[in-house]
Design a protein around this ligand. Structure first.
Ligand code: GLY
Length: 582
């Protein structure tokens, strides 16, 4: 990854006008300040397309739809039509909804879906190729949001992506590096080789124009015939046939049955702020709410960002929330107890009970916190992408969507040009097997037909709030947050929130500050490279097992209110582009 990086920027404008365009290069912007609208995503094409939609009078949701489809072309690591995600929408009036377009398990799924004949987890079934793919929700999810809030025609929002796929876009060094990093698995699949590799083994190079004719045809059908064409009719039945050949279990009935769920965001308050967070089947809102409730009794204002004592207390807080995640969370529509358990995990009484075992000077042992019988005798994928949008009227979108691992199952669906997700990997793949390596086998997140796998995706918004006589009034929007990163997403978003609103760092510093991650099991505190050695030594001295990560944690593309302006901040860890729509 380079910073800043450069792409052929003029392509974006001409994709919208579909007229000729000169090729000039312009640097991607990592920070913008504007009194208008702003789009922050991992990719310059997508952010510029979103900003152009805002300039045409589109709602933040219109821009998000266009960005979502554009990333499906230009950011195949995670942008998708073959996956799913969550969109948190907050209107300027303060009304908010959570669009759950998470993938669902196909009808063939059951307790032995991921196991081989000997009852062992089969890595191929879990991670690679069609078997690991859930029923995609992205097209339906973007359409559901558009149906509620869209001002511009659907077709006009999909068309820029059609043009990008048909006419091509200029590859940047990040895509080439990503393909090279996953080359052995990606090149197992002929259709993947055909799209992304020369001669079956050389990734498309930076500066090359990459066209994707099959994907263009899929997008064109969705643009012209509408979103249901992805789920029923000739396109859908063709996809099911191709899936059979690709070793998947999808049926026409699975696709036709896919439904978006509109949920209420979780809301909780903290220090004069109201947070709108992701409810189950995401674990993120409950985990972040529980961590804040635990921190509430630990005087977080007295802590300094990045100090050993701070990181110790964050690790202890994370450890406990991730244990509760493993014990209690899953798809609430399949496991009714999830709803009541989630509410209980957010109570001050539960936080106080969890807090009693925290020692301010000494690390706990994760195994000692586990209920008896949970642990068997002796990693979730980390690619996903998040973008944030605010329009000039103050309507906002936090959208995180995914195909699970980087490039999903690694298999492009032959003839359809999109990468299949391997989201079923987010289920607890071996029922009953929870161990010290981080495998979780608890009941709430075991696979079943039609069920959504537990997610860590954390689109989050923050408002000012005032509480008088027990009544909370929600005020102005002050931040839009989110990140990729599998289970680490929760802790990335948690730390960006703390940096902004508890440690009071400036917006750019809040996103840039080094991050840490603890997820109960393995009992290890993961730290980014930039955490100083002296800090690591102090944490080791408190009894933490510390591992410095070779890569960064997350990619928190964030929008923050600063006086009368929005500040759009790209997380430099992976780069991207912040585009203003004045
Ligand atoms: N696949 C990442 C997540 O949903 O958490």
């Amino acid at each position: 990854m380079t910073f800043p990086y450069f792409v052929m920027s003029a392509a974006c404008a001409c994709l919208l006008s579909l007229t000729g365009c000169a090729t000039t290069q312009a640097p991607s912007q990592h920070v913008v300040r504007t009194t208008g609208g702003v789009v922050v995503s991992v990719d310059r094409y997508a952010s510029d397309i979103g900003a152009a939609v805002l300039r045409r009078g589109g709602h933040a949701v219109d821009a998000a739809v266009a960005v979502g489809f554009a990333l499906a072309v230009t950011w195949p690591e995670a942008g998708n039509v073959g996956g799913g995600g969550f969109m948190l929408v907050r209107e300027a009036t303060g009304e908010a909804i959570f669009v759950d377009y998470r993938e669902t398990a196909p009808a063939a799924a059951g307790p032995t879906y991921f196991l081989d004949a000997a009852g062992r987890v089969d890595p191929q079934r879990v991670r690679l190729g069609g078997w690991s793919a859930g029923i995609p929700g992205t097209v339906a999810g973007l359409a559901a949001a558009h149906a509620r809030y869209g001002r511009l025609p659907w077709k006009s929002l999909v068309e820029p992506a059609v043009a990008l796929a048909r006419d091509g876009f200029i590859v940047d060094d990040r895509l080439t590096a990503g393909l090279a990093a996953q080359l052995p698995e990606l090149t197992q699949f002929q259709a993947t080789r055909d799209v992304f590799f020369h001669g079956g083994k050389t990734p498309v190079a930076p500066g090359e124009r990459l066209s994707q004719a099959d994907l263009a045809r899929v997008l064109e059908t969705v643009a012209k015939d509408g979103p249901r064409a992805f789920y029923e009719g000739p396109l859908a039945s063709g996809m099911v046939e191709a899936m059979k050949a690709a070793g998947g279990s999808w049926t026409a009935a699975d696709l036709a049955a896919y439904r978006v769920v509109i949920r209420q965001p979780l809301r909780f308050t903290f220090r004069g702020l109201s947070l709108l967070a992701a409810p189950p089947p995401s674990s993120s809102g409950v985990a972040i709410g529980e961590m804040l409730a635990i921190l509430d009794g630990l005087a977080p204002e007295s802590l300094t960002a990045g100090a050993p004592q701070t990181l110790h207390l964050l690790a202890e807080t994370m450890r406990r929330a991730f244990l509760d995640r493993a014990l209690h969370l899953g798809d609430p529509d399949h496991v009714p107890a999830v709803t009541t358990d989630a509410a209980r995990l957010l109570t001050p009484a539960h936080a106080a009970e969890r807090r009693t075992s925290i020692d301010r000077g000494r690390a706990s042992r994760s195994a000692a916190l586990a209920p008896p019988g949970l642990l068997s005798a002796p990693a979730e994928g980390s690619d996903t992408t998040h973008f944030s949008v605010v329009d000039a009227a103050g309507n906002a979108v936090a959208n995180t969507y995914t195909i699970e691992e980087s490039f999903g199952s690694k298999a492009v669906l032959p003839g359809y040009g999109f990468l299949l997700n391997n989201e079923l990997h987010d289920f607890n793949v071996k029922p009953g097997h929870t161990d010290r390596s981080g495998a979780v086998g608890t009941a709430p997140n075991q696979v079943a037909p039609g069920k959504r796998p537990l997610s860590s995706m954390a689109p989050l918004m923050v408002e000012r709030a005032t509480t008088e006589a027990g009544v909370t009034r929600h005020g102005e929007l002050v931040a839009v947050l989110g990140s990729p990163g599998g289970r680490t997403i929760i802790n990335t978003v948690f730390q960006v929130f703390l940096n902004l609103f508890v440690f009071k760092l400036a917006p750019e510093a809040a996103v840039a500050a080094p991050r840490v991650h603890h997820q109960w099991m393995p009992d290890r505190l993961f730290v980014e490279r930039e955490v100083p050695t002296a800090t690591i030594e102090a944490l080791l001295g408190m009894g933490h097992s510390v591992e410095r990560l070779p890569r960064n944690l997350g990619h928190a593309n964030t929008i923050v209110r600063e006086g009368d302006r929005w500040v759009g901040i790209v997380d430099a860890r992976r780069g991207g582009h912040a585009a203003a729509a004045p």
